[in-house]
Design a protein around this ligand. Structure first.
Ligand code: COI
Length: 355
């Protein structure tokens, strides 16, 4: 079987695992769908495009990505509407961001048709894996890594691009307690913080582990020079509602250009809510928490969607944040995004693609 336009060879599984999944108790990242899309880069070209049953890869122990970290990824989501059709959220933005990461990591770009056709064919084949339960979605993980079996340090000449998917529920079971990090850093100017490369996540694990030992769920990263300005939180962008204004650190080379983040900014603007994308100091957030003008602080990302924080900790003091009210901006924008993604409200932004 082939998907005509791009010659994607399709080898369907003879044994679906779909019936083994408890869709009413989905745990983030636990279940992987039946198939994966693979493209290989060799001799300056993407080739051997195929969809095969999800399974192990055979790699040389010298595989370059395992040693020098030429590995990048994306996170995106698909939803089902009431008619059972599959809808994809802002896929083109993920494709563009992957290529931005690729450029910085000296990796080849993925042509739009390879990314989109591979993704759409995969979703057609595994459409049964897209959950329709409230709060659930199909998480999509496109990624690329260097495959040269070579241990000299240089850009690899060969790469794998793979997409697999996973039905997911909520990322955080309860609002996270987050701690402002004032020693370790996630990114520095001139580095790779603005890319979605694997090493950014590896480097965050140890500081996050230390914070967890102190009873926090995540960190708020601050700038590398002074630890005075807020950048991101854990695996997500960070946003604040202060005195009726939506305030968020601007996107820079040390922060990720989050797609959920920019969607929230666009929605807020169309709703007439004042938005400030700028440098945000730790001091002003702590002052706002103290004087009661900090209405909410939340993480925004594909995996977490919108995740209001319960507490922000800074220099040994916990600042409890107010409960999120039903009619708050946080709830309204979260519900609106869900309705948009599940086709319940019209997509005036042109963000959705029907699979
Ligand atoms: C996402 O939100 O999609 C991410 O990439 C975060 C992930 C590390 C869980």
């Amino acid at each position: 079987m082939t998907a005509d336009t791009l010659q994607i060879e399709i080898q369907p599984t003879s044994q679906s695992r779909l019936q083994d999944v408890d869709f009413n108790n989905l745990v983030f990242g636990r279940n992987i769908s039946d198939h994966m899309f693979i493209a290989e880069y060799r001799g300056g070209q993407w080739q051997d495009l195929r969809i095969v049953p999800y399974g192990d890869l055979s790699l040389s122990p010298a595989t370059a990505a395992l040693h020098y970290g030429q590995a990048i990824f994306e996170g995106m989501k698909a939803y089902k509407n009431e008619e059972g059709e599959v809808l994809l959220f802002r896929a083109i933005d993920n494709w563009k961001r992957l290529n931005k990461s690729a450029e910085r990591l000296c990796m080849p770009s993925i042509p739009e048709d390879v990314f989109m056709n591979g993704l759409l064919e995969l979703l057609r084949l595994d459409s049964g894996w897209v959950p329709s339960q409230p709060g659930c979605s199909l998480y999509i993980r496109p990624y690329m890594f260097a495959t040269d079996p070579y241990i000299g340090v240089k850009p690899s000449d060969s790469y794998y691009f793979i997409i697999f998917t996973s039905p997911v529920g909520t990322y955080y079971a309860k609002p996270p307690r987050v701690k402002v990090e004032t020693h370790f850093i996630r990114a520095a100017e001139g580095g790779v913080g603005g890319t979605k490369c694997a090493g950014n996540y590896a480097g965050s694990l140890y500081p996050a582990k230390l914070a967890q030992e102190e009873g926090y769920d995540q960190l708020i990263w601050t700038d590398a020079r002074e630890h005075a300005y807020i950048e991101e939180s854990g695996t997500m962008n960070i946003m604040f509602l202060i005195d009726g204004k939506l305030v968020t650190p601007y996107v820079s080379e040390t922060t990720l250009d989050g797609i959920t983040r920019k969607s929230i900014v666009e929605i807020a603007k169309t709703w007439g809510i004042p938005v400030e994308e700028r440098r945000v100091s730790v001091k002003e957030i702590i002052d706002a928490a103290k004087d009661g003008t900090l209405e909410s602080a939340f993480g925004a990302g594909t995996a977490v969607v919108i995740s209001p924080f319960a507490t922000i900790a800074y220099e040994g003091v916990d600042y409890a944040l107010p409960e999120i009210k039903e009619d708050s901006f946080v709830n309204k924008v979260k519900n609106y995004l869900t309705d948009l993604r599940t086709g319940k409200v019209e997509d005036g932004f042109g963000w959705m693609t029907k699979v």
